[in-house]
Design a protein around this ligand. Sequence first.
Ligand code: PDD
Length: 286
Amino acid sequence: MSIVYLNGSFLPINKAQISVLDRGFMFGDSVYEIIPVYSGQLFRLEQHLQRLARSLEAIRLANPLTPLKWQQVLQRLVDENGAGDQSVYIQVTRGVAERDHVIPPNIVPTVFAMSKPMKCERAQTGIAAVTLIDFRWKRCDIKATTLLPNVLLRQEADDRGATEAILLRDGRVTEGAASNVFIVSGDLVKTPPKSHLLLPGITRDLVLELLASAGIPAKEAEIDEGELRCAREIWVTSSMREIVPVVVLDGQPVGDGRAGPLWERAISLYQAYKQALAVPQAANVS
Ligand code: PDD
């Protein structure tokens, strides 16, 4: 039975309860994070906590814990669940109050975290994706739990036999339904620049850092639909899936229909970075 954290206590998941009046349930008035854990260590914790802080600020919710307290809570959660490779989920909701759209004063947030063994979702051979119109709201930079559009888009992809939806808004790529998007155009790796229309992915930033450190030309730039369709390689990135090559787009092969050479380099840089971190060290989030 997994152990979860709820409002200051660690307890078995079947004992964790929240009110039906919680605004996370009523309005989706809440934000979340998902953090990978490798060999018992929280990966890019500082960056995930910074994004959580930004999401909370964007929805006008005071951060209930300091970075140090978050680190202590999450590390204990990981340890309670047997260390190893895990995925930690954090959710902070506005809290419990009588239903009213206006934010009630002095409301106490609900703070929840759980962890489960990491499902190995890495697809070495590549996945199929479909393009879909991005019909989400205009604050996709907030990691909000209001994910109904993402659920419907991912389901539409699934219905069409694809693993991910690559989203287009006004003819330009924003991101995947649950990932960021990279393409290889000529010899240049490109990913859309950060904006309110996409989540600033922690994996995305790390991939850009790793490419830069290896001298591989990469740029944050708009990608239009035509360029996507002509790309030599397409990758999607996320904390749980790392870097995944898209080998079929809308039923057509991407490049030669196999994972490309720049993806091979990117994923080996990523694995080398993870391995270097496997040496025990103190996370720096104070
Ligand atoms: N989602 N864009 C969207 C819409 C996402 O949902 C995600 C990840 C990403 C990638 O972000 P990161 O590299 O920080 O994981 C981009 C998570 C894993 C999820 O909701 O399950």
